[in-house]
Write a protein that binds this ligand. Structure first.
Ligand SMILES: [Zn+2]
Ligand SMILES: [Zn+2]
Length: 180
């Protein structure tokens, strides 16, 4: 199986519509076909009982090892609370200039932060997070241009401040790299 594109792999159940919308946004930003697939990993191996969270670095390495085979880029979607040792939590993680990235929906819902309105922002935030981490796999680093999706985000409010698109500068860099 040779897939010239980006594989989005759901680890856990995500609604089809939800995945399709994410795939559309990814195709729009990176001009590559997106393949949606299901994956299975035993996450208990990556659970840190002290922190009651899952080790994002280890999960990313496992996705790379087991799933980043044929596709240009491989993206794992998760539900669990991710951390890396130096941070309290992470929304996602990527190999800079590499082939794999992951993100979790866990920290993105309003419910988690006690906000009342309907959680339509969840999809939007997740789209931005997926595009952001994929940007890293294409070698893009954090960007200071306002509203650029490559801006760094510590809180969901930071994600809400960005658009889901690459700024002109990042887009140019992506393009220059693609034709090298
Ligand atoms: Zn980042
Ligand atoms: Zn930018």
């Amino acid at each position: 199986m040779n897939e010239q594109g980006i594989a989005i792999i759901s680890f856990g159940y995500f609604e089809h519509d939800f995945l399709e919308k994410i795939a559309e946004s990814v195709t729009r930003e990176f001009a590559l076909p997106v393949h949606i697939r299901e994956g299975h990993l035993d996450l208990s191996e990556f659970y840190d009982a002290t922190r009651r969270q899952y080790n994002g670095n280890m999960i990313l390495r496992e996705v790379e090892k087991q799933y980043a085979i044929d596709s240009v880029k491989t993206f794992g979607l998760f539900y669990v609370d991710l951390f890396i040792p130096i941070l309290t939590y992470i929304f996602g993680q990527a190999f800079l200039g590499g082939r794999s990235a992951i993100a979790s929906i866990y920290r993105l819902s309003n419910e988690r932060y006690g906000l009342k309105e309907v959680d339509e922002s969840l999809l939007e935030r997740f789209e931005k997070e997926v595009i952001h981490e994929l940007g890293h796999t294409f070698g893009l680093i954090h960007c200071h241009v306002p509203a650029c999706v490559m801006g760094s985000s510590t809180y969901v409010e930071d994600i809400d401040q960005k658009s889901s698109s690459l700024c002109f500068k990042c887009r140019t860099q992506l393009h220059d790299q693609a034709i090298q």
